[in-house]
Design a protein around this ligand. Structure first.
Ligand code: GLN
Length: 290
């Protein structure tokens, strides 16, 4: 079959499966089959070999079942770096780059953080992007999932920062240390939201997405953890779900943190919350009267 006919057929199948980005996805998958950039695909006019046709059909079939494109390709770009991803880790979202931007701006007039932690590192996109940004920093990545830590390790090796990264298999509530910068993209979807979410989300690990009836369960635990592991002069940068700024600020104040800023993502949604341990109030000592 000609590439054009295969592309048209694939696009039609994806559209019939309810995929709004059918044309783009078909191009991306065809690009993967041909080893060419997706943008170059529409201009190509050639015939597909039988193995190419079979591979393209297989990728289209997977996508019609709503498997995320990033899982099908096995990689996803984040902060201009390519991360290996697959079942067991959340696909990096462009929104999460807001956390890296916020951290960069916060440390702009300093040397940068020396010690960085990532709570629930998943693919490793946040901590590895941060280690790229600050070549003298050392990272510690925490995750409760061994599969996630395997991805983080693999990505750190691919991207040349493995020598500066420790991996710790534990619940983020058990994280220990004292860090200049703590990054975290916690689960924050309400159960109801997750049930109504795009079918693609059902392929991703629920523990990276789901945060109880009100979507705040992870933030409730995170407040005290930040209070314990963020250095007194350090900073926590945590991702927010849409509309969560006010309730998360309340949770963090309750845990004794000062919220020092919020940064919006490209859609204008408050996405990164900056917090640090509250400074201890200096209690004035009253001298003797008179
Ligand atoms: N931003 C993701 C989504 O809405 C959720 C990620 C998360 O819960 N941390 O698909």
């Amino acid at each position: 079959m000609s590439l054009r006919a295969a592309l048209a057929e694939g696009t039609e199948q994806l559209a019939a499966a309810g995929i709004e980005t059918a044309r783009l996805d078909a191009r991306v998958l065809m690009g993967a089959v041909l080893g060419r950039p997706p943008a170059s695909v529409p201009a190509l006019s050639c015939a597909l070999s039988e193995p190419q046709q079979a591979q393209f059909d297989d990728l289209i079939r997977r996508r019609t079942k709503r498997e995320p494109v990033a899982y099908i390709l096995g990689h996803k770009e984040f902060w201009s770096l390519e991360f290996a991803v697959g079942p067991g880790v959340l696909v990096p979202r462009p929104d999460s780059e807001t956390l890296i931007e916020a951290a960069r701006a916060s440390f702009a007039d300093q040397d940068g953080p020396r010690t960085i932690a990532d709570l629930g590192c998943g693919s490793g996109c946040l901590i590895i992007a941060a280690l790229h940004l600050w070549p003298r920093a050392h990272g510690t990545a925490f995750d409760i999932s061994a599969a996630a830590l395997d991805y983080t390790r693999k990505n750190a090796e691919r991207l040349g920062v493995a020598g500066r990264l420790d991996l710790v298999l534990c619940d983020f509530r058990q994280a220990e240390g004292a860090f200049d910068l703590v990054l975290c993209n916690p689960p924050y979807l309400r159960e109801e939201e997750l049930a109504q979410a795009a079918p693609e989300l059902s392929f991703e690990p629920a523990q990276a997405l789901s945060a109880g009836a009100d979507g705040l369960s992870a933030y409730r635990s995170l407040g005290p953890v930040f209070g314990r592991i963020v250095h007194p002069e350090g900073l926590a940068v945590v991702e927010l779900g849409a509309g969560q700024e006010a309730p998360v600020c309340r949770e963090f104040s309750r845990a004794g943190l000062d919220v020092t800023g919020v940064r919006t993502d490209l859609s204008g949604i408050p996405r990164a919350l900056l917090a640090r341990p509250a400074r201890k109030k200096v209690v004035g000592i009253r001298g003797p009267r008179g």
